[in-house]
Design a protein around this ligand. Sequence first.
Ligand code: FAD
Length: 279
Amino acid sequence: MKISEIFYEKNAAGKPVVSFEVFPPKTDSGTQTIYQTVSGLIKQPDFISVTYRGDSGDKTSEIAENIKRQMGTEVLHHLTAAGLTLSELTNILSELTNARIENILALRGDAASLSGDFPLAKDLIKAVKSDGHFNVAGACYPEGHVSSPLDTENLDHLRQKAESGADFFISQLFFDNAQFFRMNEAAKDAGISQPISAGVMPIMSVANVERLIFFGASIPTRLIKIINKYKDSPEDLRQAGLEYAFHQLDDLIAHGVDGVHVYTMNRASVANAVMKRYL
Ligand code: FAD
């Protein structure tokens, strides 16, 4: 099923689309854990997105295909443009069509130094869209992309992705909902009518937070205090991180967002806690 149809149906019923993100683990046992997590969920989310590294060992397609075939859950296959040629893209799209994958999140990727036929995400969005088989999503940035923090540029880049054919958007993670509401409103005011899903990641560890500064997500004082309070107690920090994420999700849903996209970090406990709360 095309994910824009899911947005249409759920939003018309006044409900947000709930999605999870998983990443392909490096080991086979890690991959099995993903399947166990997904099949063990008390309820399936509206779709599951699977991230992409783009190297030879990448298991994105295999995992996305298995989740869709075995669990019957809709999937969003991430794909990056960095270093990708047109003929490689043609082959990938044909394999994904054969695997009955219908939705692609088209990204530039972070290895921007690799030359390819698609310099920016909008170029990949246009190419995937013109294939005719796929719903195409794009990424958006409530606090601006780390390399381009100007608000005006941020909105302009979002508009270009929309005009290139993006059917919906998924946001970078953020911890301050006001940042998302501001971008969401600016996008709607600018005539961008495609649904935008809000990206939320429960904090799971101090190391986790340290890595997040590279995504450009600002950390509100309330969250810093939580991290400081529980920094020597990993289990308490995980619980407090999940509760903070629930506050964010409750508030986003109360504000009528189109969707919430939870970065579950392949953790069954997080995925199940979210589904229990938002059944
Ligand atoms: P673009 O929109 O092309 O932006 C790239 C840079 O160019 C930005 O600095 C932007 O401001 C600038 N820019 C955009 N348009 C223009 C223009 N017209 N003129 C000049 N500059 C412009 N990475 C992975 O490798 N694998 C994944 O699976 C993955 N999943 C992601 C999922 C989500 C929801 C998000 C938010 C990010 C994900 N990323 C992933 C990271 C992503 O690849 C990086 O954020 C990357 O740096 C930018 O990707 P983009 O698609 O937004 O690129």
